[in-house]
Design a protein around this ligand. Structure first.
Ligand code: OSB
Ligand code: MG
Length: 370
């Protein structure tokens, strides 16, 4: 395969409702896509970075700069560009895992489309549909939260994740738990608590949660381990886990017993599979997180979540939970599941006219070496 052109595509996509977490509120998604054109056909990838460096250090503008200046030239210089070769070509650049993930996804998509193989098949997926849940943001009032949860439950979602933060935890949880006594519930703090808040966090045991995700800052492995020893509710880490090495270190430390895998946070679908495999070998359950992706990143997430070790429902909701109009054919909820695309590559088609209607910008990368 020969890469003829790489295009960075940016589009501001309004969310159907604002999404508030402990690190801030999002109303519009600053979407960054990578489009590769090869002699064998096209490929698409999504960089799951956000507009601000509030979830982690990376942000979309920084991802664009790093792609332009280092990552795209490194991949264009490969004599035999394949999805497998992207991570090695990008290794000299530290961090910027969402940027790397988007580029790897695009090259792999082109490669797999050319040979008629789906992402799910290539990654080792074993399911044709995946169990999904919905991640519900912090709302202005507790009544609004209960109403949002009611809406999602009536849509068919059978697992709900609530965002929590200091001042928005036991009270909203009590209201949701009493309205839905049997609903599988979990919470995500996005690192909003400090180890000194251990009493507040440990008190969430009373709500019969599937897990509590990332209560403390990413580097606080020991504090997470101390919390795990004190709580019945399993601890899951998201922001702390950047690679298979991080996952093994966290598990060895007793900092978590469940791992959230996100393609953009760990640098790509292939590192995601390595984390899945290593956790599976240790009998540790994993599940697929989301970053409010368009249909492009969502397709990769769904394929990944079809692997056998993904035993908890994914944070991969149907397209209409995020967008009035997605840039690919929408992912639909069937019961509380989403079907795994079976077509070549990501198995979705990017709608250029939708991208244009949304005001997308297209920037072609010049190959300085050629
Ligand atoms: O921590 O899981 C998270 C969205 C953006 C950034 C971080 C997170 C999330 C979500 C939403 O919880 C998951 C989704 O529906 O895409
Ligand atoms: Mg999270």
């Amino acid at each position: 395969m020969r890469i003829e052109q790489v295009e960075l595509v940016r589009v501001a996509m309004p969310l159907v409702r604002p999404f508030r977490t402990s690190f801030g509120v999002q109303e519009t998604r600053d979407v960054l896509l990578v489009h590769v054109v090869t002699d064998m056909g096209d490929g698409w990838g999504e960089c799951a970075s956000h507009a601000e460096p509030f979830y982690n250090e990376e942000f979309t503008e920084s991802a664009v700069m790093v792609l332009r200046r280092w990552l795209v030239p490194a991949v264009m210089a490969l004599s035999d560009p394949t999805g497998d070769a992207v991570a090695g070509a990008c290794k000299q650049v530290k961090g910027y895992r969402a940027a790397k993930a988007g580029l790897e996804m695009a090259v792999l998509d082109a490669e797999l489309r050319a040979i008629g193989r789906s992402f799910a098949e290539h990654l080792g997926g074993t399911r044709t549909a995946i169990d999904v849940g919905v991640s519900v943001g912090i709302t202005p009032t507790i009544d609004e939260l209960v109403e949002q949860v009611r809406g999602y439950v009536s849509d068919g979602y059978r697992r709900v994740k609530l965002k929590v933060m200091p001042g928005w935890d036991a009270e909203p949880l009590r209201a949701v738990r009493s309205a839905f006594p049997d609903l599988p519930l979990q919470v995500d703090a996005n690192a909003g608590y400090e180890p000194a808040d251990v009493g507040t966090v440990a008190a969430l045991d009373e709500f019969d949660l599937l897990m509590i995700e990332q209560p403390y800052p990413p580097d606080e492995l020991q504090a997470h381990a101390a919390l795990a020893a004190r709580m019945h509710t399993p601890i899951c880490l998201d922001e702390s886990i950047l690679s298979v090495g991080h996952a093994m270190t966290a598990l060895d430390a007793g900092a978590c017993s469940i791992v959230n895998i996100k393609v953009g946070r760990v640098g790509g679908v292939l590192e995601s599979v390595r984390i899945h495999d290593a956790c599976r070998e240790r009998g540790v359950p994993v599940w697929c997180g989301g970053m409010l992706e368009t249909g492009v990143g969502r397709a990769a997430n769904v394929a990944l979540a079809s692997l056998p070790g993904f035993t908890f429902a994914a944070d991969i909701s149907a397209s209409d939970r995020y967008w009035r109009r997605d840039i690919t054919e929408p992912f639909q909820l069937v019961g509380s599941t989403i079907a795994v695309p079976g077509g070549p590559g990501l198995g979705v088609t990017v709608d250029l006219s939708t991208l244009n209607d949304l005001g997308a910008t297209f920037e072609t990368q010049v190959d300085l070496l050629r």
